[in-house]
Design a protein. Structure first.
Length: 240
């Protein structure tokens, strides 16, 4: 049994007037200029926007990987900024799965070990059960024949699928995915899209996905566009 922290009603995550500036020499860069939005439990939302518009920056703030200059991020009702590093790590481990833009797998570990890692970090999960769950998730992304391969021994698409399995294995409240199908061929990209929508429907996991793939964006419930430091609703995808 995991000691799950619940809360937040039907809101999986919420940003309130989130701002992020980077100090670069004498000129600061204001990347996020006041982002407010809510992601409901079970919602599937895409974020689009030009390169450099701040999509990865936003995901990093939401995932608690970097701290905003001001504003709030609430995950399952808990304000990240009010938590210690350790508590923030616990909330992230329980509630958030992250698929990074560049997969960030651990080079010395096998695919199976990489996927089992977030469960092992919980310490409450027996090793055998963590490995079994990791194995099942790797089967689900079509990699049952690559369990013992290390990242360097996998293709780019296979690495991406391992990264996706690692984000999903904990059955988090929210999956944040940064171009999860960006490096994949069309066939594998479609399979991954299908997998994500199945997990969304079967388990009620919310997805916030950064994508340039408007084919994927067209399938989602809501599309948001990052532009000039703000996040706007896209009503009509045809216009892009
Ligand atoms: N650590 C940093 N220090 C200074 N500037 C940064 C830092 N990280 C990002 N930036 C700047 O912030 C802006 C937004 O970067 P970000 O990575 O969020 O863009 P993005 O929308 O994800 O782009 P892409 O589609 O190319 O991945 C960029 O102009 C980038 O140069
Ligand atoms: Mg990016």
């Amino acid at each position: 049994m995991t000691n799950r922290i619940e809360g937040g009603g039907d809101i999986a995550l919420e940003c309130v007037d989130l701002k992020k500036s980077y100090a670069e020499g004498p000129i600061g860069v204001d990347v996020l200029k006041g982002i407010s939005f809510q992601l409901k439990k079970g919602e599937f939302v895409a974020v689009i926007g030009n390169s450099g518009s701040g999509k990865t920056t936003l995901l990093h703030m939401i995932g608690g990987l970097d701290t905003p200059s001001s504003g709030q991020v609430r995950v399952s009702g808990q304000d990240f900024s009010a938590l210690s590093d350790r508590q923030r790590g616990d909330v992230r481990n329980q509630h958030i799965g992250i698929v990074y833009q560049f997969h960030h797998l651990l080079a010395e570990f096998s695919a199976l070990e990489n996927v089992a890692m977030p469960l092992m970090l919980r310490k409450t999960e027996p090793v055998k059960s963590a490995r079994n769950r990791a194995k099942k998730m790797l089967e689900r992304v079509g990699l049952s024949h690559r369990l013992d391969h290390k990242p360097a021994e996998l293709s780019g698409g296979e690495r991406q699928r391992v990264a996706i399995a690692r984000a999903l294995v904990t059955e988090p409240t929210v999956v944040l995915a940064d171009e999860p199908t960006g490096n994949l061929d069309i066939h594998t990209a479609k399979e991954i899209q299908l997998l994500m929508s199945e997990l969304n429907q079967d388990l009620g996991i919310s997805f916030l996905i950064v994508t340039h793939d408007l084919g994927l964006a067209g399938k989602v419930e809501r599309v948001l566009k990052m532009e000039d430091g703000h996040l706007m609703s896209v009503e009509n995808l045809e216009s892009f």
